[in-house]
Design a protein around this ligand. Structure first.
Ligand SMILES: CCCCCCCC/C=C\CCCCCCCC(=O)SCCNC(=O)CCNC(=O)[C@H](O)C(C)(C)COP(=O)(O)OP(=O)(O)OC[C@H]1O[C@@H](n2cnc3c(N)ncnc32)[C@H](O)[C@@H]1OP(=O)(O)O
Length: 186
C-alpha cells in the first residue's frame, strides 16, 4: 500500500503513445528478450495514463506441473509487465517487493493477457498493480500482483552486473539507445 504522502504518477511527455509496442529493453532479458530461447518473449504495449498491456503464451518449457505453467514463471510475467511501466514514466526502476496471488491454473498453450498500472509514486518508490487473464483480454483473472519498484540510476546495472554482459550491452548500439532514453529526464 502506498504511504499517505504518495502522489499520482505522471505520464512522461515523451512516453510512447497508447497502443505502441514497447520492444525489449534488453535482448537477453528472460521476460522480453528476443534472444532467450526459453524466455517469455513478452510483448508489451503502452496504455492510457501510466499503464501497459502485454501478452505471453505459455510454452512447454514454462511448466511446473504436467501441462500447467510454473507459478514463478507467471510471477516473472507480472514482474516484467510492471517493469515495462518504466517506459511510460521514463524512469529506470527495479523490483523491490512483489506480492502475488494465484487464482486459476494456467495451461500450456494459454495466452496470458496482462495489464499493469502505476498507482502512486513516493520519491524513488513506485507502486503498481498487475493482473493476468486467460481466455482473452476480458477473461477471468488467473494471477495478480502488487509491487513496489525503486528508481535507480544506470550504475545499478553497470556496477552490479557481470562485466562480460555489461561490456557486450554497452557496445550494442540498440542497448545504448535504450539506456539513453532513460537517462534523459526533465
Ligand atoms: C548497460 C545496461 C543498460 C540497461 C538499461 C536498462 C533500461 C531498463 C528499462 C526498463 C526496465 C523494465 C524491465 C524490468 C523488468 C524486471 C524487473 C526486475 O525483475 S528487476 C530485478 C529484481 N530486483 C532487484 O534485483 C533489486 C535488488 N534490490 C536492490 O538493488 C535494492 O534493494 C533496491 C535498489 C531495490 C533499493 O536499495 P537502495 O539502497 O537503492 O534504496 P533503499 O533506501 O534500500 O530503498 C529505497 C526505499 O524503498 C523502500 N524499499 C526498498 N525495498 C523494499 C521492500 N522490499 N519492501 C518495502 N519497501 C522497500 C525502502 O524502505 C526505502 O524507502 P524510504 O525512502 O526509506 O521510505
Amino acid at each position: 500500500m502506498p504511504p499517505p504522502g504518495a502522489v499520482a504518477p505522471v505520464r512522461h511527455p515523451e512516453a510512447p503513445a497508447p497502443g505502441e509496442l514497447l520492444g525489449a529493453h534488453y535482448d537477453q532479458c528472460f521476460g522480453c528478450g528476443e534472444s532467450q530461447p526459453y524466455g517469455l518473449h513478452l510483448a508489451a504495449r503502452a496504455g492510457e495514463d501510466v499503464s501497459v498491456t502485454a501478452e505471453f503464451t505459455v510454452q512447454p518449457a514454462h511448466q511446473g506441473a504436467p501441462g500447467l505453467a510454473h507459478g514463478g514463471v507467471l510471477v516473472a510475467a507480472l514482474d516484467e509487465t510492471l517493469g515495462s511501466l518504466s517506459w511510460i514514466l521514463r524512469v529506470i526502476a527495479v523490483t523491490g517487493r512483489l506480492e502475488s496471488d494465484f487464482v486459476r491454473p494456467v495451461p500450456v498453450g494459454a495466452t496470458l493477457h496482462l495489464s499493469a498500472r502505476c498507482t502512486a509514486v513516493d520519491g524513488r518508490k513506485i507502486y503498481g498493480s498487475a493482473v493476468g487473464r486467460i481466455g482473452g483480454p476480458d477473461g477471468p483473472v488467473a494471477v495478480r500482483a502488487d509491487a513496489l519498484f525503486v528508481e535507480v540510476k544506470i550504475d545499478h546495472f553497470t556496477s552490479n552486473g557481470r562485466p562480460d554482459e555489461i561490456q557486450a550491452a554497452m557496445s550494442d548500439p540498440d542497448q545504448v539507445k535504450v539506456a539513453r532514453a532513460f537517462e534523459v529526464n526533465p
